[in-house]
Every structure is written in structure tokens, then in C-alpha cells.
Write a protein that binds this ligand. Structure first.
Ligand code: ARG
Length: 266
């Protein structure tokens, strides 16, 4: 009697497992971009400390908004997906992709060679430049002026690499923090003399804070700080997202979002 019972239970388990496999197969096919009636949800990772790319307007709600969020939702919608946004420290985004916690990342992330070893990237959707940000009264106007100063950068960002590069020429002390607003805070309290932040994001801070100013670091390689979408290695989503992204670049949809979030004069 007991034997029968366990046999039945075993077979139920097997059937259950097969059924589960079946559904996951279906959704894998769906990831090819075909539209189905019921909406599927994709998890997006971002570091919501980066206005106007991704941030929380705490005065209004606790929702993560910004250029990247709009762009992700527009692309996903075209492909028949909904997007669920998760806030993760910038440094944890690539590990989150690798651990399968998120399906993709939009976080103003630059497709560097080093990152390409761990994740796949779409084409670049927005280009930015590195900026040295300082309090207005700092007297820092050139890279040379940074001599002996403390410079803040975000952990795991390419600005961290940029700071190391500068350090080879000018003697600076590098400090890092997980979130961009912490860098601004440390400057205001006098612990940092400067920070390296991308120009578009820095300009947003200047508008809110009249005590801050900055200058762009002129690089031969202007594409150095561009943003792209990151996916798990080998993800089916990469080519679908890239196709829609490029359609949106051509038909002016990306430009519309740029005007909405970065203002007119680009
Ligand atoms: N583009 C830079 C990088 O990839 C900085 C991006 C920071 N993004 C953010 N959401 N905090 O390293």
C-alpha cells in the first residue's frame, strides 16, 4: 500500500516538474520578441542615484523615474514586456546580472572592455563626458589644480578609473562612495575637494545647488563615457532590444526622451 502511494506521489512530482519545464520553455521562446496576449515581466536593475537617468523624486513618490526607465519601458513595450525596476548599488549591478537576479541593466552604464567580459551590451544610446565637480569657491579650474586634493568617485564606475589615470599625472587622493549624492554631500562638508561625475548628471546637481560648479575633462576619446544596456552573456534579449533601440534612434523617439529628461539644448 505504502509503495503505491509513494509511486503515485513520485509520478505526480515528475509530471509537475515536466509542466514547470514546459512553461519556462515557453517564456524562453517569448524572449525572442514575439508578442503574446499576456504581458511578461522583465526585471531591470539600476542604481537610482543618477538624475536624470534614474532617480527617485522623493517629494513626489518613491517610484524610480528617469530617462533610462522611460527608454527601457518603451523598448520592452514594443517587445511585449512590462518592466519592473530594482534599485541596486552601481557596483552590484553586474553581479546581479550574473546571478540572474535581473534580466537587464540600464544605469547610464558604459560598455567597457572589462565589463564586456562579464555581460553583453546593446549599442550606445547616449554619450557623456567626465566632469570635475567642485564647490564654487575651491579655485580648482584645471586638472593641475587638483594637486594634493581629495577627489571622490562612485564605487565601480569608470570615473574611478579616470581618477586613477589623473593620479598618474597629478598627485591626488582618491576616495569612493556607493551613491552619487554622497559625493556631493562629502564636498559640501569639506571632506572632498572635488568629485568626478558625468556632465549631464553634474549639470542637474548645479541647477539645484548654486554652490557647485565644474569643468569637462577633455578627452581624445569622446565616446568614453557613453551609456548602453547590459544583458546576461548570451541573452536572447540583446538583439531584440538593440533592434528596437535603433528604430527609436531613427524615428526620433530617443531624441524626444532626451529633450524630456535632459532639456532642449543638447
Ligand atoms: N557611466 C559611468 C559608468 O559606467 C557611470 C554610471 C553611473 N551610473 C549610476 N546609475 N550611478 O561607470
Amino acid at each position: 500500500m505504502k509503495k503505491w502511494l509513494s509511486l503515485i506521489m513520485m509520478s505526480m512530482l515528475v509530471i509537475g516538474m515536466l509542466a514547470a519545464c514546459g512553461t519556462s520553455d515557453d517564456s524562453a521562446n517569448g524572449a525572442e520578441g514575439e508578442k503574446t496576449e499576456d504581458k511578461k515581466v522583465l526585471k531591470m536593475g539600476t542604481s537610482a542615484d543618477y538624475p536624470p537617468f534614474e532617480y527617485i523624486d522623493t517629494a513626489k513618490s518613491d517610484e524610480i523615474i528617469g530617462f533610462d526607465v522611460d527608454l527601457a519601458k518603451a523598448i520592452a513595450k514594443e517587445l511585449g514586456y512590462e518592466v519592473e525596476v530594482q534599485d541596486i548599488d552601481f557596483n552590484g549591478l553586474i553581479p546581479a546580472i550574473q546571478a540572474g537576479k535581473v534580466d537587464f541593466v540600464l544605469a547610464g552604464m558604459t560598455p567597457t572592455e572589462e565589463r564586456k567580459q562579464n555581460v553583453d551590451f546593446s549599442d550606445v544610446y547616449y554619450e557623456a563626458k567626465h566632469m570635475i565637480v567642485t564647490p564654487k569657491d575651491s579655485g580648482i579650474k584645471t586638472l593641475e589644480d587638483l594637486k594634493g586634493k581629495t577627489v571622490g568617485v562612485q564605487v565601480g564606475s569608470i570615473q574611478e578609473g579616470k581618477a586613477e589615470e589623473i593620479k598618474e599625472q597629478v598627485d591626488i587622493k582618491i576616495e569612493n562612495r556607493n551613491r552619487i549624492p554622497e559625493l556631493v554631500q562629502e564636498m559640501k562638508s569639506g571632506r572632498f575637494d572635488a568629485a568626478i561625475i558625468e556632465d549631464t548628471v553634474a549639470k542637474g546637481f548645479f541647477e539645484q545647488d548654486k554652490e557647485m560648479t565644474g569643468f569637462v575633462i577633455e578627452d581624445e576619446n569622446q565616446e568614453e563615457a557613453g551609456s548602453a544596456i547590459a544583458f546576461p552573456k548570451g541573452s536572447e534579449l540583446t538583439k531584440d532590444f538593440n533592434r528596437v533601440l535603433n528604430e527609436m534612434k531613427e524615428n526620433g523617439e530617443v531624441d524626444k526622451l532626451i529633450v524630456k529628461w535632459f532639456g532642449g539644448e543638447q
